[in-house]
Design a protein around this ligand. Structure first.
Ligand code: GLN
Length: 274
C-alpha cells in the first residue's frame, strides 16, 4: 500500500467525519515522521506492513471517537505545537480568543502578574509567556498529571520558563494577589457530558457540575481576594452561559464592570470582569 492509497483509504473509512482527509494526513505523517508536504511528494512510496497496520488501527480508533491528537500527541494552539495526552483536555481553537484578549489587556494596561487556574496542558499560560515580555505567570491545576504536561510544554516551548506551577484546587494554595486571573475552567453540565462524544477526555477538565457553573462561582465569589487594585478576571464560557456568568459577577457586588467577547464563530466565549 502506497502513501497515496493509505490516505485515500483513511479518508474513505472516515467519510462520516468532515475532516477525515486531514486526520488521515496527521496520523500517517506522525507514523512516518513526515510533514504533510512530504507525504504528497512521497505519495508513491510503499508503507511497511507495520506502518500500514499502525495507520489502520489509528483510523479505527478515530472512527470510534478517539481524538487523533491523543495518538499524535500534539495539538497546535496559538501557532505553537503543544504536547497533549489523556491527562489533559485538547486545547480548542475557541480559547485563542481568551489568550488574544489578555495579550491586548496586559499590554494596554501594563498588567504583568497573571494567575491561571485550571491550566491543563498549559496552552494558555505557555502562549502568554511566549508572546508577552516582562510578565510573571503562575499556573495551577488540581491534577498533578496535568501539571506535568504543562511543565513539559513550558520546557519545550519557552526559552526561559517564566511560569511558576502550583498544584492547587482552585484558590486553595494561592497566597498572593495578581493583576489578572485567567481561566478556562470545566463548564459542561454533568448531564451533558454523557450525551457528548467526550468520553476520552478527562471528565475532571470538563465537568462544571449540575448547572455547569460550579467553577465560575468559585472564581467570581473568591477571585477578588486574589486581585490587586484594578485587577481583571478573564474567563472562557460555554456559548450559552453569558447571562448566568454575568449575573454571578453582578450579584456578587465585588466588581465594577463586566463584558462579553465573541469567538470567531460568533458565539459568546469570553467574559472580562473588572
Ligand atoms: N469547549 C470545550 C468543549 O465544548 C469545553 C471546555 C471546558 O469545559 N472548559 O468541549
Amino acid at each position: 500500500m502506497t502513501i497515496k492509497e493509505a490516505l485515500n483509504q483513511g479518508k474513505t473509512i472516515l467519510k462520516s467525519k468532515e475532516d477525515g482527509s486531514l486526520i488521515s494526513k496527521m496520523l500517517l505523517g506522525y507514523i512516518l515522521e513526515l510533514s504533510k508536504e512530504e507525504l504528497i511528494v512521497n505519495s508513491n512510496v510503499n508503507l511497511s506492513e507495520e506502518q500500514k497496520e499502525k495507520f489502520l488501527k489509528g483510523i479505527e480508533l478515530v472512527l470510534n471517537g478517539y481524538p487523533v491528537q491523543y495518538i499524535t500527541k500534539t495539538r497546535e494552539f496559538m501557532g505553537l505545537s503543544f504536547y497533549v495526552d489523556e491527562n489533559v483536555l485538547i486545547p480548542r481553537p475557541d480559547t485563542e480568543v481568551l489568550v488574544e484578549n489578555i495579550m491586548s489587556i496586559s499590554k494596554e494596561y501594563n498588567k504583568s502578574d497573571i494567575l491561571e487556574l485550571c491550566t491543563g496542558s498549559g496552552a494558555i499560560a505557555v502562549s502568554l509567556a511566549k508572546y508577552l515580555d516582562n510578565i510573571n505567570i503562575t499556573a495551577t491545576d488540581i491534577s498533578s498529571k496535568a501539571l506535568e504536561v504543562a511543565k513539559k510544554n513550558a520546557n519545550s516551548l519557552l526559552e526561559n520558563t517564566k511560569i511558576k506551577f502550583i498544584q492547587s484546587d482552585m484558590f486553595k494554595n494561592i497566597t498572593e494577589r495578581y493583576d489578572i486571573i485567567i481561566s478556562n475552567p470545566p463548564y459542561i453540565k454533568t448531564k451533558v457530558i454523557d450525551e457528548y462524544n467526550l468520553e476520552y477526555e478527562p471528565k475532571l477538565a470538563l465537568d462544571g457540575g449540575k448547572d455547569g457553573l460550579e467553577f465560575y462561582r468559585i472564581i467570581i465569589n473568591e477571585g477578588y481576594k486574589y486581585l490587586k487594585q484594578d485587577g481583571i478576571i478573564a474567563i472562557e464560557i460555554g456559548y450559552d452561559q453569558r447571562c448566568e456568568v454575568m449575573n454571578l459577577a453582578q450579584n456578587s457586588g465585588r466588581y465594577k464592570e463586566c463584558n462579553c467577547i465573541k469567538d470567531l464563530c460568533g458565539n459568546d466565549r469570553v467574559i472580562i470582569i473588572k
